[in-house]
Write a protein that binds this ligand. Structure first.
Ligand code: NOJ
Length: 486
């Protein structure tokens, strides 16, 4: 009964306040004498940056507007059988037109920062050559709107939507793409860095390389040999390095450059010194093709030995560019990879997850909150990193709108509470995590999974584009307001 009343009043309030449904009274203001004393709040450091993230192709829509050129995701998603239900990003969240509504949602949450990505083929419809001023204009409007709302923009320069024109010339299999990327990155940084202080070069190299060129599940849907795949991987880290240099050469002094990588989040299988040590070794070796070569400017001996004749071809100049110093590291952190000590020469072994391991709706999203403690802690110690952001963390759920218009995503709230508790553990030990970007602000186009797996803390009705804050949005608003976990 109480449950029904609570639900009804929640929905009534939600309907009354278009953007800010208040919590039902029964939940928001318990009578003091009836409740057990709360445990102390888990407070975060003053100025901790609470944010949320999205990406161009996943939210913008307006695929053919204002001179935007096609990207590999337009091509891929329009080919039968590549995405669930044949879904495409043609309209997505229509954020291109509704960005003001979305900034209002962010403001309502109390977000301090917002991570978005620029669409390369909006800015350079053919990947290179003459820029399209209308493309950049959109990001100018977005950035201005964010700043007017008191929200710091964090800009990702590549979130997988490679211009199709470049794919037609070999895509990431060609070194030229790394140079074209640097040109584009420098151009955007030059025009936005008067208002954007933080740029991320590439998002999740591991994903777009391994899924796009390895197993064909993502655009452009290729299945390359191990040697060719390693070369693509090398071109991706090279693009990062050349991008860092181009941003530094073109942006305002003081601009900070980093990346957002889904590193293998190594977690000691048991928290004892030998397994903790093994998790440190594994952090370097399991990320050798991506973050390690970027942080160290060289491939590890073990990586080269493991790849053997399939190792990438590179020059010393490549490595110098790849190792260009960066100002911060962004970690996209979802699932833990457990590591144990081993007497094998590598000094560690990965422990495969049993089939019964709990996961969210996406089968790959195994839940291990302690990843958010160990990943930044180990990365900071291995590479002496002084500024870390969790550039993504979040959960897919089978969210449904109740008849009275609410979404009780209790599983996502549970997930966030547990992960943030572990992040708090890291931050309280002095691990230099400066901010956290929840993936995602809105339900959106989840790549090959289409719109079936929802990651937003706002429910999107894709037929009407109506946004509804889920229970997790209310939870996150409280976290931000108190700068603490309750
Ligand atoms: C990683 C990607 O960066 C993002 O685009 C994706 O939607 C989320 N993780 C969830 O899969």
């Amino acid at each position: 009964m109480l449950n029904r009343l609570t639900r009804r009043s929640f929905a009534r309030l939600a309907a009354a306040a278009a953007l800010t449904p208040a919590l039902p009274n029964a939940l928001a203001a318990p009578r003091e004498e009836n409740v057990s004393p709360a445990s102390p709040l888990l407070s975060f450091p003053r100025g901790f940056l609470w944010g949320s993230a999205t990406a161009s192709y996943q939210v913008e829509g307006a695929a053919k507007e204002d001179g935007r050129g096609p990207s590999i995701w337009d091509t891929f998603s329009h080919l039968r059988g590549n995405t669930k239900n044949g879904d495409t990003g043609d309209v997505a969240d229509d954020h291109y037109h509704l960005y003001k509504t979305d900034i209002a949602l962010m403001k309502d949450l109390g977000l301090k920062t917002y991570r978005f990505s620029t669409s390369w083929s909006r800015v350079f419809p053919n990947g290179t050559g003459t820029p399209n001023p209308k493309g950049l204009d959109f990001y100018n409007r977005l950035v201005d709107g964010l700043l007017a709302a008191g929200i710091q923009p964090y800009c990702t320069l590549f979130h997988w939507d490679l211009p199709q024109a470049l794919q037609d010339q070999g895509g990431w299999q060609s070194r030229d793409t790394a140079h074209a990327y640097a040109n584009y990155a420098g151009y955007v940084a030059q025009h936005l860095s008067d208002r954007v202080q933080h740029f991320m070069t590439l998002n999740e190299m591991r994903s777009f390389v391994d899924l796009g060129y390895g197993n064909g599940m993502h655009a452009p849907g290729l299945r390359l040999s191990r040697a060719d795949l390693n070369q693509v991987r090398h071109h991706a880290v090279l693009a990062h390095g050349l991008g860092v240099q181009a941003i530094r050469a073109n942006a305002r002094p003081g601009t900070k450059v980093g990346l957002a990588e889904n590193i293998t989040c190594t977690v000691p299988v048991i928290e004892t010194p030998e397994h903790v040590r093994a998790a440190h070794i594994a952090m370097r070796e399991e990320n050798a093709g991506y973050l390690t070569v970027i942080m160290e400017g060289k491939y590890t001996d073990l990586y080269l030995a493991r790849q053997g004749a399939d190792a990438p071809k590179f020059t010393p100049e490549d490595l110098k560019a790849i190792g260009s110093p960066i100002d911060f590291v962004g970690i996209n952190c979802y699932t833990p990879e457990y590591v144990r000590a081993s007497s094998a020469p590598a000094g560690y072994a990965m422990v495969p997850a049993p089939e019964s391991f709990p996961h969210m709706l996406s089968p790959w999203l195994r839940t291990g909150p302690e990843a958010l403690y160990w990943a930044p802690k180990i990365a900071a110690s291995v590479w002496n990193i002084k500024e870390i952001y969790i550039t993504e963390n979040g959960a897919s759920s089978s969210d449904t709108l109740t008849p009275d218009g609410a979404v009780y995503d209790t599983d996502r709230v549970m997930y966030l509470r547990n992960y943030l508790t572990q992040l708090h553990r890291a931050v309280s030990e002095g691990v230099p995590v400066r901010g956290y970007f929840l993936w995602s602000l809105l339900d959106n186009f989840e790549w090959a999974d289409g719109y079936a797996y929802r990651f937003g803390i706002h429910y999107v009705d894709f037929a009407t584009q109506k946004r509804t804050p889920k229970l997790s949005a209310h939870f996150y608003r409280q976290v931000i307001a108190r700068n603490a976990l309750a």
